[in-house]
Design a protein around this ligand. Structure first.
Ligand SMILES: Cc1ncc(COP(=O)(O)O)c(C=O)c1O
Length: 437
């Protein structure tokens, strides 16, 4: 059994002052309890009960350079000597925006914000103003942050597909959310050309934007079927719909230029975040000059006290430098490491006669317990045994490996052979325990 007495005590103490005892609702679902951290370095993280884990949670994605990366820490410390934030412009913003326009094929101009949620809010506003239309198409199983304008359903095991009275949208994702804010949201099946075509046939002229994760990382790490994204691009261009790639996970991860570079499909707008800051809050919208011009001419407001601050730009420039140096060698190695872990876990699933499956791309993969040959859509993904995986994630914790209870694993630039070996041994032990239960 994992020792968590100290974490349990801290949670009780925390709840006296911090609502719910945690700073993001998602964290409260962790079993056996939300863990309190003492320190973290490289690929490892220590909790206050003295347990040490190899980290594949990576703070839900941002820590692409690992914990307390010395280059990143040095550059942030250096930047701080010149002031943390100015409320004025500085060279770092220009340098970072320039690097992003060089890397992301869709980026003529960039706007910075602090979180992926804010970036998505801005992208949707730009699309609505640009097209003069209101409706937005989004997809089941995708996640685009928790703003009133888009938060419809949450990618957890109990995610429901509750439709509202007009049968198109879905219910708000949380209590207290504006019902009206979702009236113009249409949620449809992803990776399904027929569904896309029929929806656009019916509503095409009313749609401002289609927003999509280019890989459905939040529900199964599912890659688009051959031709699906091409079709989406073709139809949106034909109908004057703004195509938004939400690359908050895939950006600066599955290739230097994100999914759009990897797949060769250029959206009109892109949202970025997570790995961009390496653990420091920074996000952005990048896109076509003709749309981003709406910010320059003042038609669309882009606000935020800490946008483009000196710490955020120093962090993001470091991450980009590190990921792109030596022909993006780090990203290539991360993918190789991921392939080794994936192959190893697949072998172990076979050895233990456990029906399971892994979808992966770049340095990210989703492991699930399911009796299917493949999982390429949300409804098949929903057939997985989510409870069994949550149990497996707890067993892995006992074996010294920290993963998300949902099944998504992130690999950092520091994960290597040693981590692969130790992880596979831990998976072996955890699967042994799992089949015994
Ligand atoms: C694809 C995607 N978009 C947007 C967001 C929201 O980002 P943030 O949590 O930084 O607001 C997330 C967060 O997980 C995400 O996965």
């Amino acid at each position: 059994m994992l020792k968590v007495e100290q974490s349990l005590e801290k949670l009780a103490e925390s709840k006296k002052y911090l609502a719910g005892g945690v700073s993001s609702s998602l964290r409260s679902s962790m079993l056996p309890t939300p863990l309190f951290v003492e320190r973290a370095k490289g690929t490892e993280i220590w909790d206050i009960d003295g347990n040490k884990y190899i980290d594949y949670l990576l703070a839900y994605g941002p820590l692409i350079l690992g914990h307390a990366n010395s280059k990143l820490t040095d550059n942030i410390n250096n930047a701080l000597k010149f002031g943390s934030t100015y409320g004025l412009q500085h060279q770092g913003e220009i340098d970072l925006a320039m690097r992003i326009t060089e890397l992301l094929p869709s980026a003529d101009r960039v706007s910075f914000s602090g979180s992926g949620t804010e970036a998505v809010m801005l992208a949707l506003r730009l699309a609505r103003e640009y097209t003069g239309r209101q409706k937005i198409i989004r997809f089941q199983g995708h996640f685009h942050g928790w703003s009133d304008s888009i938060f419809t359903s949450f990618p957890t095991p109990d995610m429901t597909e509750s439709k509202n009275s007009n049968g198109l949208g879905v219910s708000p994702g949380t209590g207290g959310q504006s019902q009206k804010g979702l009236e113009d949201i249409i949620v449809i099946d992803w990776n399904n050309v027929d569904c896309l075509e029929s929806t656009l046939e019916q509503y095409g002229n009313e749609i401002a934007a289609i927003i999509t994760e280019p890989v459905m990382c939040n529900s199964g790490c599912i890659v688009p079927k051959q031709g699906y994204m091409e079709k989406m691009r073709e139809l949106t261009s034909k109908l004057g719909i703004v195509l938004i790639f939400d690359e908050v996970i895939t950006g600066f991860r599955i290739s230097p230029g994100g999914a759009q570079q990897r797949f060769g499909i250029i959206p009109d707008l892109t949202t970025i975040g997570k790995s961009l800051g390496g653990g420091i809050a920074v996000s952005g919208v990048a896109g076509k000059e003709s749309i981003m011009r709406l910010i320059e001419n003042g038609t669309v407001n882009h606000l935020g006290t800490l946008n483009g601050n000196n710490v955020a730009t120093a962090a993001a420039l470091t991450v980009i430098d590190e990921l792109t140096r030596d022909n993006s060698n780090k990203l290539i190695k991360m993918e190789e490491t991921t392939n080794l872990i994936v192959k190893g876990i697949r072998n172990l699933l076979d050895q233990h006669h456990v029906t399971g499956l892994i979808n992966h791309i770049g340095p990210v993969f989703h492991m699930m317990f399911i009796d299917e040959e493949s999982v390429t859509d949300f409804s098949t993904f929903q057939k997985r045994d989510a409870e069994k995986y949550t149990q497996f994630a707890s067993l892995l914790l006992e074996e010294g490996v920290l993963v998300r209870p949902s099944g998504l694993w992130y690999i950092s630039a520091l994960h290597g052979q040693k981590e692969v070996e130790n992880t596979l041994e831990a998976v072996d032990r955890a699967l042994k325990k799992l089949v015994r239960t």
